[in-house]
Design a protein around this ligand. Sequence first.
Ligand code: FAD
Length: 284
Amino acid sequence: MIKDLLQHKQTLSFEVFPPKKDGEFEAAFQVLDSLGALGPDFISVTYGAGGSRSKKTVDIADYIQNTLHIDALAHMTCVGCKKDALLTVAGELKQANVSHVLALRGDRPKDMTDEQYTSRDFAHASDMMGFLKENTDLHLAGACYPEKHYECFSLETDLNNLKYKQEAGAEFFITQLFFDNDYFYNFREKADKKGITLPICAGIMPITTPKQIGTTITLSGSSIPKELADIVAKYGDDPEDIRKAGIDYAIRQILDLKANQVDGIHIYSMNKPKTTAEIVNAIR
Ligand code: FAD
């Protein structure tokens, strides 16, 4: 179980996303083979907020668990799912021998009406966790935000809400990506003071293209330190230079986290085995 690994070592894990089209599974399996060869402790698989592509998440998690024999952590979101649909996915995961789920609320899909949003079965991820805990034997993890979640007005309140996930049965947390380790250290210290005792894996995304900066900030709300902005400004015109500099930045971030006793490193791999391998080889 992942929670046991976290008791004994600084874990290394990756996040992947499932293919958009059915015809792309073979290529996705090749990516997974390469990532699996790097020896991660677990690999997590993302899930669409509305849940419409849940089968793809299950199929990729199945491959990780049963072909690569690496613990798969399947993400599940509840914002667009009713209780019975969640139980169906939980049943498919059980069938595939996948026993770990990152339980998330998800972001409100653009086409969701106010009525649908306010009448959803689970208001928050912790509510979904309580339900899964009661109705399944899944091992649960939760998301957390070193720079606070964008809907919450303060880190203090966000941490109070994070504690509900611990109380609802989460076994560990994975952070939103961040580029400035000081946010993480501040968050970890404050979480500790709140009595949040679960291991926290730090989410790191290597920036390898200038475009990624824009999409990453929009999606995650993470701030970009001047050093990283300067790297993009300096090397942005040359794809190979920006790639090297972005990887180097991620490596330095991870080495600093490891030296500061982080519980685990979770690399947002973006399904890029070469980039991930360069980082892993440098941090081992
Ligand atoms: P919650 O924990 O429910 O928190 C959402 C907001 O509600 C926060 O502001 C929180 O402070 C507040 N809140 C929580 N509980 C309470 C309470 N009891 N009372 C009042 N306020 C409360 N999205 C996807 O669609 N698919 C994915 O695969 C995916 N993977 C992710 C992986 C990681 C590691 C992370 C960090 C995020 C991921 N996301 C994913 C994005 C995530 O779904 C969004 O960030 C979403 O907006 C919040 O999800 P949550 O589970 O943190 O929600």
